[in-house]
Design a protein around this ligand. Structure first.
Ligand SMILES: NC(=O)c1ccc[n+]([C@@H]2O[C@H](COP(=O)([O-])OP(=O)(O)OC[C@H]3O[C@@H](n4cnc5c(N)ncnc54)[C@H](O)[C@@H]3O)[C@@H](O)[C@H]2O)c1
Length: 377
């Protein structure tokens, strides 16, 4: 095999984006599409000229695919992934991998049992700037981390929320900004800074007519006593992410200006413990971090998964690592709604009960579904 045959399940906004990218990936070929909406399927049939199926089971049993890319609304990611994995079909799930941590656990377990390649579409990980930041962390250049912060500002209009019946409902989406826009920033945040062990959150529906949160903030505690802060919103312009990690040996800042790193060779605590100078402070050396200028995106993750299947390349965004940001998002939702601190690992039973309660209160939303790919992709 020198090319991986991909089926796309869910050819809406993002699924169509993935389908249009396929011809750019030498190692992958689009061989089938699936959607439960006849209109979406008809449009995809005309656009891509590949066999089309109105259920994912028919696509999986067609013998036409080695791997699938699941781009349906989030609740469908786990059940479709199980059906694929049980047939030995490799999986890329769109983010978030699941709505609940219990669903995510089960996907990771199914991938382990069946031995298929399983990745989550966290395309931001492929960016050279994020890869460079990860190398700094992995090389121990920050030392133990004492403080983290992430301010991750997005903008979504009311028209966006009114564009599909599943969006921004407990029944259809299982959360708001934390489940839809935040996963990329929170993945980079936990990938670089680790997973906190306790979350104290505030969530609110501040500027939109929706039933889920459009803003969330939290104080974070880490196992080593470090603290952190996180803000996720869809209410801001200009948008952008600002991520800081402060450690014993250095400080890292990622924002729209790029990646900056300051080295503290002696160590912050080590200097404090040793100096006899009342106003002494450790030397800080700004370090230039070379970052490749290479455009990246969703196609990089698909290519990486194809190469993992064909040649055993290591995954950029393995499913097992996608749990961390979901665990944080779910912990923030539970903490915010129950007005109490929440520990991580999250109590799976408590979270399932919380989601069931929110779903039971969820109202049906009747709108005409629009499937429009984000032009920024
Ligand atoms: N990685 C990214 O940058 C990125 C960007 C946008 C969306 N997404 C993710 O992609 C997913 C889809 O989002 P979207 O904006 O494309 O939504 P969308 O509503 O535009 O498209 C979803 C499609 O899935 C179809 N569908 C629903 N249930 C199905 C099922 N059981 N089987 C087959 N098809 C089904 C719908 O008919 C629709 O055509 C979400 O999980 C979202 O978080 C990821």
């Amino acid at each position: 095999m020198d090319v991986v045959r991909f089926g796309i399940i869910g050819v809406g906004g993002m699924g169509n984006g993935h389908a249009r990218n396929m011809p750019r990936i030498t190692e992958a070929r689009l061989t089938a599409v699936c959607d439960t909406s006849p209109a979406a399927l008809e449009a995809a049939r005309d656009a891509y000229e590949v066999p089309d199926f109105d259920t994912h089971i028919e696509l999986l049993d067609s013998g036409l695919v080695d791997a699938v890319l699941i781009a349906t609304p989030h609740y469908f990611h786990p059940p479709i992934a199980f059906d694929a994995m049980r047939r030995g079909i490799h999986v890329i799930s769109e983010k978030p991998m699941a709505v609940t941590v219990s669903g995510a656990d089960a996907m990771i377990e199914a991938a382990r049992e069946t031995g298929v390649v399983f990745a989550v579409m966290f395309q931001q990980r492929a960016k050279p700037i994020h890869q460079a930041a990860k190398r700094l962390v992995d090389e121990g250049r920050l030392g133990p981390i004492y403080r983290t912060s992430l301010v991750d500002a997005h903008f979504r209009s009311q028209a966006y929320y009114d564009s599909a019946s599943w969006r921004a409902t407990w029944k259809g989406e299982g959360g708001g900004v934390l489940l839809n826009q935040a996963p990329h920033g929170m993945d980079i945040f936990t990938w670089l800074g680790g997973t906190p062990s306790r979350v104290n959150a505030h969530v609110s529906t501040f500027q939109h007519h929706i039933e889920v949160e459009d803003e969330a903030a939290a104080l974070l505690e880490y196992p080593n006593g470090a603290i952190g802060y996180i803000l996720e919103t869809v209410n801001e312009v200009p948008t952008g992410m600002r991520l800081e990690l402060c450690g014993e040996k250095g400080k890292l800042l990622l924002d729209d200006q790029g990646l900056r790193f300051w080295e503290v060779k002696e160590g912050v605590r080590a200097f404090s413990d040793c100096t006899d100078q009342m106003w002494g402070r450790p030397e800080v050396i700004p370090i230039e971090i070379p970052v490749e200028s290479r455009r990246t995106g969703h196609a990089d993750i698909v290519r990486n998964v194809a190469r993992a299947i064909l040649y055993g390349d290591p995954l950029i965004s393995p499913g097992s690592e996608a749990l961390s940001s979901l665990e944080l998002a779910d912990a923030m939702l539970l903490s915010g709604h129950r007005a109490k601190p929440v520990d991580i690992p999250l109590d799976r039973g408590e979270y399932d009960a919380f989601i069931a309660e929110m779903q039971a209160k969820s109202k049906d939303k009747v709108v005409e579904d629009k499937r429009i790919t984000d032009p920024n992709h």
